[in-house]
Design a protein around this ligand. Structure first.
Ligand code: 5GP
Length: 201
């Protein structure tokens, strides 16, 4: 489970998209949310958009691996697709906030790799949020105010990337993925492989 967190506008969504294009063994976890759909977003690709009652039901049925309230809306990770992907030996990429990351760490620390993406500067963060132009001015102001809060959690993450350049940041996350996949405990079947090597097979 690879988690990418950052304040809105730091570039995490673009990094995620490029990673998924390049890595066939990686699949995105599509969250449910109660927030309204933005222009250009696609149901089932960006999110599953559901109402507050349906969100509550999912929480009650324990159908969410983690969930949190962000900007006044419910966000959560459907459990089924993640368990299915992990069971099939695939890696799963999560674009979730620090609250969700903490919950995943509580339930599966060994399987979790967390990366926090920081913007190069406050000014650049504001520029990116405005350039995105998907949110109203009031929403941009609210997200800027929230950014400082979110960034206070950087030290809870395994890796920190300052996103000066998207392509460079993507390469860094790829390097993290490669190294983490090579960790001894993640290489299933290694005992058998080495035994066979030692026995000259
Ligand atoms: P946005 O509304 O801009 O798509 O996302 C707002 C924030 O919610 C982002 O920081 C994003 O990482 C976070 N988020 C998205 N999906 C989930 C989720 O399933 N769980 C949690 N905890 N946070 C989420």
């Amino acid at each position: 489970m690879l988690v990418l967190s950052s304040p809105s506008g730091a570039g995490k969504t673009t990094i995620s998209r490029r990673l998924l294009e390049r890595d066939a063994n990686l699949q995105m976890s599509v969250s449910v949310t109660t927030r309204p759909m933005r222009p250009g977003e696609v149901e089932g690709v960006d999110y599953y958009f559901i109402d507050a009652a349906a969100f509550r039901r999912k929480v009650d049925e324990r159908a969410l691996l983690e969930y949190a309230t962000v900007f006044g809306h419910g966000y959560g990770t459907p459990r089924g697709p993640v368990e299915q992907a992990l069971g099939a030996g695939r890696d799963v990429l999560f674009d979730i906030d620090w609250q969700g990351t903490q919950q995943l760490a509580e339930s599966a620390r060994q399987d979790l790799v967390s990366v926090f993406v920081l913007p190069p500067s406050t000014r650049e963060l504001e520029r990116r949020l405005k350039a995105r132009a998907q949110d109203s001015d009031a929403e941009v102001a609210r997200r800027m105010a929230k950014a400082a809060d979110e960034m206070s959690h950087w030290a809870e993450y395994d890796y920190i990337i300052v996103n000066h350049d998207i392509e460079d940041s993507v390469r860094r996350v790829e390097a993290i993925l490669i190294a983490e996949r090579l960790k001894r405990e993640r290489q299933i079947g290694l005992h058998e492989f080495v035994r066979a090597l030692r026995e000259g097979q």
